[in-house]
Design a protein around this ligand. Structure first.
Ligand code: PLP
Length: 416
């Protein structure tokens, strides 16, 4: 008998064949091939996603749910298939817990305006952190102002990590909600959300997780995480703009008041009284963004087919490589050096405004983001006006990082 040894081969990512799927990567900017490092703002779209949009408008454009004709049925089936794919992607228990929104921002606002207005009372406390995106600050500020509640901020250290003992001290009987970003868009820090959720639940508070930056990089299992709400945006996951998901535990979504009124969110309307629809439609008033929602499933398929683990490994390699290269540039300081990071590098260069860095890099066809990254309080915490930020995705390469490094060396020579 021949003994066969089972060997598991972890194959790497074929980045060059991935790149072929993204037509925009062939375009030139200022006479050079585009190097796109603004993925934390929005990622580029594979041809399959673009085709899904064109296919909908070419072959079965129709309004959904209400029609009985063939086109309406096809559109409805494709639209609802995205709900199932999104449920699977974040491992929610049921499709009724998956609400379509315009994006993370709308998901947070939805909960602030419904659950927040119903449950927050004078003197209650909502906890967020010093590294939140404005989308996870302002809606809670509005609720706190309206209700005379208190917004508390978890401080961070110089590496850009949450001060967990401070967080634990903040939790108490007045805490009604913790709303926390899972991955910081400006620093790349991965926050220990599971530990934070367990601690908040012990104190009797609910937890909202802002998954705008985490969902594309990490495996998301909302049931294991045990968060009460979770929001993310399709456009940061190789999908279209204008679509997002709000996940909420069913019993919470059922008990919350409605958000917007209109078609689809009703069962029956009379002038005396309206009976609202069941979940998930209760929160989906009006004609949704049908084409983009349908194409979002194609983006999720792209991620699944490529393999999240392979993508993560590739992005981590890019992060390690870029960090070691950028650290060698004189006067450059990386903002955000947490032990757990996704592929985001924010940096400043001595005596140089981030905007000038952005403009000079753009002249070389390299797209980075500059400014406060919708996290002004975080910039203030570091005492800086903003940073330049390079964020990497599945299609980026080490050669592109070399181009960034060469570009930055030129910037340093020119500006210092
Ligand atoms: N939260 C974080 C951490 C983000 O990075 C972003 C977008 O950059 C948002 C929320 C808002 O997402 P959207 O603009 O897609 O609603």
């Amino acid at each position: 008998m021949t003994m066969t040894r089972s060997v598991t081969i972890q194959e790497g990512l074929d980045v060059y064949s991935i790149r072929k799927q993204f037509p925009i990567l062939d375009r030139e900017v200022k006479g050079r091939r585009l190097v796109y490092f603004d993925n934390a703002a929005t990622s580029q779209k594979p041809q399959s996603v673009i085709d899904a949009l064109v296919n909908y408008y070419t072959n079965y454009n129709a309004n959904i749910h209400r029609g009985i004709h063939t086109l309406a049925e096809e559109a409805t089936a494709a639209f609802e298939a995205t709900r199932d794919a999104a449920r699977q992607f974040i491992h929610a228990a049921s499709r009724e817990e998956i609400i379509f929104t315009r994006g993370t921002t709308e998901g947070i606002n939805l909960v602030a305006y419904t659950w927040g207005r119903q449950n927050i009372k004078a003197g209650d406390e909502i906890i967020i952190s010093a590294m939140e995106h404005h989308s996870n600050i302002v809606p809670w500020q509005i609720v706190c102002e309206e209700k005379n509640a208190v917004l508390k901020i978890i401080p961070i250290n110089d590496e850009g990590e949450l001060l967990m003992p401070e967080y634990e001290k903040m939790l108490g009987p007045k805490t009604k909600l913790v709303s926390i970003v899972q991955v910081s868009n400006a620093l790349g820090t991965v926050n220990p959300v599971k530990t934070m959720i367990d601690a908040a639940h012990k104190a009797g508070a609910l937890v909202f997780v802002d998954g705008a930056q985490s969902t594309v990089h990490l495996d998301i299992n909302v049931q294991e995480m045990d968060c009460d709400f979770f929001a993310f945006s399709a456009h940061k996951l190789y999908g279209p703009t204008g679509v997002g998901i709000l996940y909420g535990k069913k019993h919470l979504l059922e008990s919350m008041p409605v958000f917007q009124g209109g078609g689809e969110m009703i069962k029956e309307v009379t002038f005396e009284k309206t009976i609202y629809n069941d979940l998930p439609y209760k929160y989906e008033a009006g004609t949704p963004n049908i084409a983009d929602t349908i194409a979002f499933k194609t983006a999720l398929d792209f991620i699944q087919e490529t393999g999240k683990e392979k993508i993560r490994k590739h992005e981590q390699e890019l992060l390690v490589y870029a960090t070691s290269q950028l650290e060698q540039i004189p006067g450059l300081r990386i903002i955000g050096t947490a032990r757990e990071k996704t592929s985001v590098i924010s940096f400043i260069i001595d005596k140089t405004h981030p905007q000038d860095i952005g403009i000079l890099l753009d002249n070389r066809g390299i797209a980075v983001r500059t400014g406060h990254h919708c996290a002004e309080p975080l910039m203030r915490r570091f005492g800086i006006p903003g940073t330049a930020r390079a964020s990497f995705a599945v299609y980026n390469t080490k050669e592109e990082i070399d181009e960034l490094v060469t570009g930055l060396q030129k910037v340093v020579k020119m500006l210092l």
